[in-house]
Design a protein around this ligand. Structure first.
Ligand code: 25A
Ligand code: L14
Length: 331
């Protein structure tokens, strides 16, 4: 297999550091490796595959050297400015910010769900929102078999979703300090507020789940609603998902279908208190599903509990899986 030149942009952040770990674990065929971040951490050292790399400051000339793939996780503003620069130089960017996800020229990909969409990329591929990714892995096989009519998401999201600053707010908040990143204390609290509020009084995180679900499942009119909540958990997002199907189903078949679907681990044994938990999902790459039961208030409805590590499958792992698809397509 041909080896690629790969760069990580935002390498010192929460997701950036996890990119390095996941690339190492999955043993990607890398020739030259570069780590980039802002001037704040330029000159710092990061270890990758037993070798030390110096963090370079990201600038207009960062992609003058031959780089095949760049994994970006440095926020929307940085992606807006530098992803096109990289793409113009022939590099394919896998971008973790929300900047490009709704652009009709940019594929939005979960490798278990819509890998075929990488074929029409023009230099930028978007990595979906963490809460969306874990839901898609579960919704795809169900939609294929029973045809989804409507979805209601309620999320319980970890502080690591807000990067290093979010993590520190919970750590320091537990010691009684005031928050710096969140608008209210997160310790002993639940904040129904992730990302900014929009004109319709939804948060942007809620609307991202709605828009991205439709784009990834190729159902532009699917009826979807969401409430996204920050909870005092460090790692892993949990989600309650309520789905209404067009077609009738048997609950046993649903469990079998999900147990056999790619990327999913079924944890559903209420008699023995077995269901997905944030602390168990942390550090893993799978999506965990349980509490599967019929919604008896509608005709073909179901309730599920879905948990995944938001920094791994929700960000870094998914992006590295996209890079693997790209490498395969280059060979
Ligand atoms: O609001 P925005 O703009 O959309 O940004 C959202 C933020 O959310 C995170 C990420 O924060 C991002 O900046 N994020 C994005 N997607 C995410 C996702 N899916 C996500 N978090 C979770 N899930 P972050 O703090 O994790 O990482 C920020 C990274 O981006 C680099 N960066 C920022 N501006 C840049 C830039 N790179 C290039 N050009 C720019 N203009 C940023 O680099 C970081 O890599 P940095 O040099 O600013 O480094 C951040 C500082 O953090 C210190 N640090 C690192 N690790 C730790 C630490 N401090 C304490 N403990 C640690 N473990 C570094 O020393 C450095 O000073
Ligand atoms: O990927 O939890 O759009 O604060 C932006 C904010 C992910 C999570 C994204 C958070 C996110 C996030």
């Amino acid at each position: 297999m041909r080896k690629v030149n790969l760069a990580v942009v935002g390498a010192t952040g929460m997701v950036g550091r996890t990119f390095l770990k996941v690339l190492e674990e999955r043993n990607l065929p890398i020739e030259n490796f570069y780590v980039m971040a802002s001037s704040r951490s330029a000159g710092n050292k990061l270890t990758f595959m037993g070798r030390e790399y110096t963090v370079e400051e990201l600038n207009e000339h960062s992609f003058d050297k031959p780089i095949d793939i760049a994994l970006f996780s440095a926020g929307g503003t940085t992606s807006a400015k530098f992803a096109p620069v990289a793409a113009e130089h022939g590099c394919v960017v896998v971008d973790n910010s929300a900047q490009w996800r709704q652009d009709p020229k940019v594929p939005l990909i979960v490798p278990e769900v819509n890998p075929e969409d990488i074929s029409w990329n023009s230099g930028i591929i978007a990595n979906p929102n963490c809460s969306t990714i874990q839901a898609m892995v579960v919704l795809k096989p169900l939609d294929d078999k029973y045809k989804i009519k409507r979805v209601v998401y309620s999320t319980y999201q970890a502080v690591s979703g807000a990067g290093i600053a979010g993590w520190k707010d919970l750590e320091n908040g537990l010691k009684g300090e005031a928050p710096k990143k969140f608008p209210h204390p997160i310790a002993n609290n639940c904040l129904p507020h992730i990302d900014v509020f929009l004109e319709n009084d939804y948060t942007k995180e809620e609307m991202k789940m709605i828009w991205e679900t439709r784009k990834i499942l190729h159902h532009p009119d699917m009826r979807v609603t969401a409430t996204t909540v920050r909870v005092p958990v460090f790692s892993s997002h949990s989600e309650s998902i309520n789905i209404e199907f067009e077609n009738p189903f048997d609950i046993k078949d649903v469990k079998e279908l999900l147990a056999g679907a790619p990327g999913i681990v079924l944890q559903d044994d209420p008699a023995h208190d077995v269901y997905p938990l944030a602390v168990d999902a942390a550090g893993k790459d799978d999506v965990f599903v349980g509490r599967i039961r019929r919604d008896e208030s509608v005709e073909n409805g179901i309730n599920l509990w879905v948990v995944a590590d938001n920094i791994r499958k929700g960000a870094a792992t998914n992006a590295v899986q996209i890079a693997e698809l790209l490498i395969k397509s280059m060979n």
